[in-house]
Ligand binder design. Structure first.
Ligand code: LLP
Length: 385
């Protein structure tokens, strides 16, 4: 089993648990995305929800990427970390008046609108500011992303997006209101998608809808296909960078863009998941009747993905070279679901060893909670140790 490379000795000086970010890997990932989109009218809006750590955000912004925000506070964070307002897309089913005002005041790139009711409110708030709001309609494409049902978003039964049947009424409303500038259409079918054929299905749907808009006499400068590209959680050391080449090639092949049309992506996980690890310490090794438990000082409060989505994260003991033996790796939280892995082979472990829970750079730190009065974990960066 190959192990990741961690500066274990340097870690000893820090209190666990903490997030550790491999900045070299993050840069390599961002360079890859840049190469794979070079010369194409492709725009990346990094999905802030995946990881909103200011250090990470500043680095991503420095590459010239835009941001995809789902709250007013995310917009403010993105702006503070160097993302230009002109590259900020604002999505979300429940944008409040305050949040919409933040977007309008800062002249963001686009509001991804999810319902008729939202469009009405946006129209009114834009009027109050004497502005026209740039809008992409988030359309529910009814495409199955073949991923965990908690992170599937593009099916009809989901709360997200506008159903196709409602489009004529929406267009009538846009024509009547004065303050909406329809610039595009937006989609997002789900997250951690590893079967790329789901994106082919999405492309077919996008082309169909683009045609439909044409027939209504509307050309759309912006097509936004959301995010969702998955990563390899099983083999973080073999496959540290997502398959951006195949991903972008697919959209290039299937979506022939029209002149002056740009294609927008809202990637989150694939950009930041691999570079982050949750570093935790073994508090106790507990011999059960049938199995051994490794009780560590991180729990579902620092990384909720295994408890919430039965998500798999590769785990390594970065202090031990002893032979492998299976452990149930569990946290200290008073919940039976506070389990990182069952029967996971780790180098023979003892109290005080450091454990790395891999591929935790996305939806790890951002989903941390203070349940059990715990502290939000600190973060360390490979280039700052
Ligand atoms: N755009 C929209 C409209 C989204 O809802 C999302 C994620 C993204 C972009 C970014 O998707 P990504 O490229 O990261 O797949 N907490 C869950 C994932 C929730 C994803 C929510 N939406 C997890 O830990 O797996």
């Amino acid at each position: 089993m190959i192990k990741g490379i961690f500066p274990t000795e340097k870690f000893e000086a820090f209190e666990t648990p903490f997030y550790y970010y491999d900045i070299t890997l993050l840069r390599e990932t961002l360079d890859t995305i840049r190469q794979e989109t070079a010369g194409k009218p492709f725009h990346i809006h990094y999905a802030i929800k995946a990881n909103a750590n200011p250090e990470i955000l500043r680095l991503i912004a420095s590459y010239g990427f835009g941001a995809d925000c789902v709250s007013g506070n995310e917009i403010l964070r993105a702006l503070a970390c160097g993302f230009p307002a002109s590259k900020i897309a604002f999505a979300g089913v429940g944008k409040t008046d305050r949040e919409i005002r933040i977007g309008l005041e800062n002249d963001i790139f686009c509001f991804n609108v999810e319902s008729m009711a939202e469009l009405e409110v946006l129209n009114g708030l834009a009027a109050a500011q004497g502005k026209k709001a740039p809008v992409a309609l988030r359309i529910n494409p009814n495409v199955d992303a073949h991923t965990h049902h908690y992170i599937t978003t593009g099916l009809n039964e989901n709360k997200f997006g506008i159903n196709e049947d409602d489009l004529p009424a929406i267009l009538r409303m846009i024509a009547e209101g004065q303050q909406i500038n329809l610039i595009g259409i937006h989609f997002h079918i789900g997250s951690q998608i590893t079967d790329l054929s789901s994106f082919e299905d999405l492309c077919v749907k996008v082309l169909e809808l683009r045609e439909w808009f044409h027939r209504q006499g509307i050309t759309l400068p912006v097509i936004n296909v959301g995010g969702g590209l998955g990563i390899n959680y099983q083999h973080p050391n073999h496959c540290p960078i997502a398959d951006f080449e195949s991903y972008f090639r697919l959209f290039d092949k299937y979506l022939k863009l029209e002149e002056d049309q740009t294609l927008h992506f809202e990637l989150g996980r694939s950009m930041v998941a691999p570079c982050g690890s949750l570093i935790t310490r073994v508090v106790y090794v507990k011999e059960g009747m049938q199995k051994k438990f490794l009780i560590v000082d991180a729990g579902m409060t620092e990384l909720i993905r295994p408890a919430l989505y039965q998500a798999f994260h590769h785990i390594e003991n970065i202090s031990s070279e002893e032979p492998y033996t299976p452990y149930d790796v569990v946290g200290p939280i008073c919940e039976s679901s506070d389990v990182f892995a069952r029967d996971f082979p780790l180098n023979e472990s003892k109290r005080g060893d450091l454990i790395a829970i891999r591929s935790a750079g996305a939806y790890g730190e951002t989903m941390a909670s203070t349940y059990n009065c715990r502290a939000i974990p600190a973060s360390l960066f490979s280039d700052k140790l």
